[in-house]
Design a protein around this ligand. Structure first.
Ligand SMILES: C[S@@+](CC[C@H](N)C(=O)[O-])C[C@H]1O[C@@H](n2cnc3c(N)ncnc32)[C@H](O)[C@@H]1O
Length: 253
């Protein structure tokens, strides 16, 4: 299924490419940097154990409310029409309950320009997206999350907690260049490297393709991939070079 929301750095366009490298026979599938969970949601089930984690509580709270209170969340969202005025009001309003906070977060992300949550966005071509489709997707995601463990930890704790020989980690950290998440201003890529180098399980890491990433992960199995993002009539096709890194041989299927 598709993710419920867009997310900066989300792997909507790369998830099929990455998924072909996920090893067979894993007992656990863990995403320490879950975001909107595009990879997790690509399949109905990856393994007996599935873990979604993110440091951002707004995301985690949305997943928790979808998992435990889908009907109440839908009820809150039902009143939230695509309106610039409402967007401005909701931005200022503090949530009273966790369900209301989840609804407001989902509204702001889905109705904003570039899924950033800070300014009302509409498309001159497509108008606005349907909220009804999303309400249906809440029900679908509710079922998908039935056996998924939801954590709200920093990645190193999740890795420590779930690291076994047969568990697999898909790591999609903040990139070295480009957008910086509010919670990632002090993110240390060296610390992540040091954490991953000693794990028992297997990992795949996705990053921006730049010399510092390649230097840090020299000697690891690496695939260079290109993500094409839309076609803008003024600027033509925009392509981003990304890299997939693993602690096992990456073989094309
Ligand atoms: C590139 S995004 C992940 C996108 C995700 N793969 C998707 O498809 O939506 C990186 C995520 O890492 C999270 N993050 C940043 N620092 C973190 C940390 N120390 N531990 C766990 N998550 C962290 C951010 O909140 C952000 O959601």
């Amino acid at each position: 299924m598709d993710a419920l929301i867009g997310w900066i750095g989300g792997k909507r366009l790369l998830r099929k490419t990455i998924s072909q490298y996920v090893p067979e026979g894993i007992t656990g599938y863990i995403e320490p940097f879950g975001g909107a969970a595009w990879m997790l949601l690509l399949k109905d089930r990856w393994a007996d154990l599935e873990v979604y984690n993110d440091l951002d509580y707004r995301l985690v709270n949305l997943f928790l409310q979808v998992k435990y209170h889908p009907d109440e969340l839908i009820r809150e969202l039902d009143f939230m029409v695509a309106s610039r005025k409402l967007f401005g009001d909701i931005m200022k309003q503090e949530g009273l309950t966790e369900i209301q906070r989840a609804a407001r977060f989902m509204f702001l992300i889905t109705r904003s320009f570039g899924s950033k949550g800070d300014s009302f966005g509409t498309s001159q071509k497509r108008g606005t997206s349907s909220m009804y489709n999303r309400l249906d997707r809440i029900k679908e995601l509710h079922k998908r999350l039935d056996m998924v463990i939801i954590e709200n930890l920093s990645y190193e704790k999740v890795i420590e907690k779930y690291d076994t020989k047969t568990n697999f980690f898909y790591c999609d950290p903040p990139y070295m260049t480009g957008y910086t998440y509010e919670n990632s201003k002090l993110f240390s890529h060296e610390d992540l490297f040091n954490k991953l180098k000693n794990i028992k399980g297997k990992f795949i890491l996705s990053y921006d393709d730049n010399p510092d990433v390649l230097k840090l992960y020299k000697g690891y199995s690496t695939k260079h991939v290109t993500r094409t993002k839309g076609i803008n009539r003024k600027e033509g096709k925009s392509e981003y070079n990304e890299v997939i890194i693993a602690n096992f041989p990456l073989e094309d299927k």
